[in-house]
Design a protein around this ligand. Sequence first.
Ligand SMILES: C[S@@+](CC[C@H](N)C(=O)[O-])C[C@H]1O[C@@H](n2cnc3c(N)ncnc32)[C@H](O)[C@@H]1O
Length: 161
Amino acid sequence: MQALAESHRPGQRTVPCADAPSDLWSDWLLHRRHGGDPAYGEAVRRAVERYADRVLDGARLRPDMVLADVGAGEGLIAFRAIDRLGPSLRVILTDVSQPMLRHAEDTASRLSVRSQCRFLRCGAERLEGIEDASVDVVATRSVLAYVADKQAALAEFRRVL
Ligand SMILES: C[S@@+](CC[C@H](N)C(=O)[O-])C[C@H]1O[C@@H](n2cnc3c(N)ncnc32)[C@H](O)[C@@H]1O
């Protein structure tokens, strides 16, 4: 997971892409959450990694499965899952934030796992682009709190599973 940790080094500026300028989520997750303080950023990273590992411990993933990481943000769950399971795991990263998807896609390329990943811009309430019964595990961390229609999101999780 060292490569992932390096790729998420807090305080590292990300260059906004023309097709994905910053938004509220990317401003917060990539910059404001740690206030530009690398030491605090490391502490935040270590804390959220512990939560992500608890999610994955409960997910009972196996090789060849398909995992949907809903509201993937930086791809914390998705990339840690790939790190655990290896190259046969396929991962769908969804998010409402185009800049966060772009950031996660860059990270996937840096980690050489891009071919295992799909990136979909959609809300948890409507997982557009994911077929019925095409996913083995839906994981989501620190996202549902921000979803207005939680019932719709849970119905979508059920649909894709
Ligand atoms: C606190 S971050 C968590 C990111 C990631 N799951 C993690 O564990 O680090 C919340 C994420 O949820 C996304 N988000 C917010 N509202 C959403 C919605 N309705 N559907 C899907 N994702 C959403 C944001 O863009 C952001 O990336």
